[in-house]
Write a protein of this length. Sequence first.
Length: 292
Amino acid sequence: MKLALATAIAAYGLDEDLTPLREACDAAGIHVSVVAWDDLTVSWARFDAVLLRSTWDYIDRLPEFLAWCDRTALATKLWNGPDVVRWNTDKRYLGELAAKGVPVIESHFIAPGDDPSNFPDLAEYVVKPTVGAGSRDAQRYLREDRPAAEAHVRRLLDAGRHVMVQPYLRAVDEQGETALLFFGGRFSHAIRKAPLLKRGEGPTRALFKEEHIQPRAPSEAEHAVARQVLAALPFGPLVYARVDLLPSDTGPQLLELELTEPSVFLPYGEGAAARYASVLWDHLGTVVANRD
């Protein structure tokens, strides 16, 4: 069985999951090729499936990337599929999940053409685009920084981008962020991510902001919220999902749901790469059986 791991040229040497995943797939009998999503020489139909891995430059080329997802899904199986990618690459999905009762961090959305001051008075908060990854174009502000925050919003709106403003949850400074990883709908492992946004620090210009990661055992409350998030999705069980939670006074809250090209932190979960490869083997087997 042949599987393509889709990356981006700029991210090829930055994806820490590629090596353990390739080794686990080889051990499982899956022939793997690592290819750039925008490499025009690739014939995607020669693969039984394509797994989105580190296509991390798509945020600057979203229409092109979505069109590629559609074409690739016509030629072979794409995980996760174009409908999932289209829904998940714009963080306005958080509003949909909140409407379903999921505990989502309070989120205020501002569209191009709106007043850039159209968000509430908050003691501390984060401004970021709704289409973004790796903390790019995200910045943390205090109440007294309001003029700078509104200027940040205006720059994003003027570039035709939708914006979101969320209160900064101070508990993350001590407890960090928890990411729970699911393969084939089953929990695999979790990590702790140290807080990324510091006061007075401008948005990163790199492909993504450097992260400090360590293994973590999630609490029962975090498990419960993660299950609630996945149950609220308008899709069936997915090949992979990452649920990012932040601590709050009222319990864990959803920061982001990563269904497109997430780091899955395989080096931080014992047996995680083998579990992922097993799920991929099962799904590939179904693809091949249905094709035959």
